[in-house]
Design a protein around this ligand. Structure first.
Ligand code: PMP
Ligand code: GLN
Length: 385
């Protein structure tokens, strides 16, 4: 057995969701919405199941979807990309795995930012990469020049960068992006950019793809996911968009990982990506409303909330909220004794974890959030006793 995987704990999302199921708790842990999916996209998938092909689609994805992904980014983000640069994968997770397998050789250094999405480190290590961790800290979670200067070396091959960022809910700003781009260019590094939350950005802020910065178009792999764009996290249709030679290498890895992705879902996603601006605006504002509802309700109860600019998540600072236990202890107590599941941020650190912050998923109907807030209050009371 490979100890890299055999010794891994079960993902914190699985762990907390299982506890929530056992306890009959409200699950604000794992990030998935309980509303918001577009009926017409589902109808398209159902039609495609009945009337379309149920056989292997082309390895790199249906032509119509590859074209739709490229057109979507031309229209929404002004990126000069074409279908030849797109590879369809089974979710963003597979896009990341195939990209890392294709782009890293054993011993290559990979710059990563903590807190980090759970899949990153095991995938980088399994591909032979040597992680170089940049540690971000609350409340600002800012990327600094000093931190990048320490992490980048002459062996840096790739930087794995998530924006908007899970779990902190930060949207890194233009200054931080410019800094990171400058380091990528200076070190001739590839940027693997996980932008699955690109459409879930609030308060009129705009997501800037790293690929759009000077010098980045020919060194950036952009990863996206239909699961987030259409509020259906179980769909697992993702993609990479990359310059030609890189794209070919990723496809070569992808052909031995999953080879292809269900054609019916691909067809529905191709249809959905062409939906009007209004659809995307409404989707965003629906989730912004639930964010505002949870944030306002928690603040009224004297919980301290960190800025939440993107994704389905907002973070609570426990110490500042008068909760004198660490994040893991609070989450265990909250799910078992108060019936509400959250995610401890320490689970997203490989070393030297921040232990005073928990992540909540706000993508739920208001009645669910109202009940969850009562239970979070009860959890805090239990800690105080
Ligand atoms: N990257 C990030 C940052 C995520 O938050 C998620 C899912 N929440 C994924 C990747 C995985 O996406 P998918 O379900 O498409 O594999
Ligand atoms: N991406 C989801 C989250 O951050 C979890 C996905 C999973 O369970 N692997 O909550």
């Amino acid at each position: 057995m490979n100890p890299l995987f055999a010794n891994q704990p079960t993902s914190i999302f699985e762990h907390m969701s299982a506890l929530a199921r056992d306890a009959g708790a409200i699950n604000l842990g794992q990030g998935f919405p309980d509303f918001g999916w577009p009926d017409d996209v589902i109808a398209h998938a159902a039609d495609a199941l009945r009337s379309g092909s149920n056989q292997y689609p082309p390895m790199r994805g249906l032509g119509e979807l590859r074209e739709a992904v490229a057109a979507h980014y031309r229209r929404h983000q002004g990126l000069a990309v074409d279908a030849e640069q797109v590879t369809i994968t089974s979710g963003a997770t597979e896009a990341l795995a195939s990209s890392l397998l294709a782009l890293i050789e054993p011993g290559d250094e990979v710059v990563l930012f903590q807190p980090l999405y759970d899949a990153y480190l095991p995938l980088v290590r399994r591909a032979g990469g040597v992680p170089r961790l940049v540690r971000l800290t609350p409340p600002g979670w800012r990327i600094t020049e000093a931190a990048l200067a320490e992490a980048f070396t002459d062996r840096t091959r790739l930087v794995l960068f998530n924006n908007p960022h899970n779990p902190t809910a930060r949207l890194f700003d233009a200054e931080e992006l410019a800094l990171l781009a400058r380091f990528c260019v200076a070190h001739d590094a590839i940027a693997l950019t996980d932008e699955v939350w690109e459409h879930l950005v609030f308060d009129g802020l705009r997501h800037i793809p790293l690929a759009s910065l000077p010098g980045m178009a020919d060194r950036t792999v952009k990863v996206g996911s239909a699961g987030k764009i259409f509020s259906m996290t179980g769909w697992k249709v993702g993609w990479t968009v990359a310059p030609q030679p890189i794209s070919v290498a990723i496809a070569k890895a992808h052909q031995f990982v999953t080879f292809s992705t269900p054609p019916n879902l691909q067809s529905a996603v191709a249809y959905g990506l062409g939906k009007s601006e209004t659809y995307f605006d409404n989707m965003r504002s629906g989730f912004q409303q639930t964010r505002d509802h949870l944030r306002a309700g928690l603040e009224a109860r004297d919980f301290r909330i960190l800025p939440a600019e993107g994704s389905y998540f907002l973070c609570v600072d426990l110490a500042e909220s008068g909760i004198a236990v660490d994040d893991m202890a609070f989450c265990e107590l909250a799910v078992r004794q108060a019936g509400v599941a959250a995610i401890p941020l320490s689970a997203f650190f490989a070393e030297n974890p921040v232990r005073s912050v928990v992540r909540l998923c706000f993508a739920k109907q208001q009645a669910t959030l109202d009940e969850a807030m009562l239970r979070l209050d009860q959890a805090r009371d239990r800690v105080a006793r």
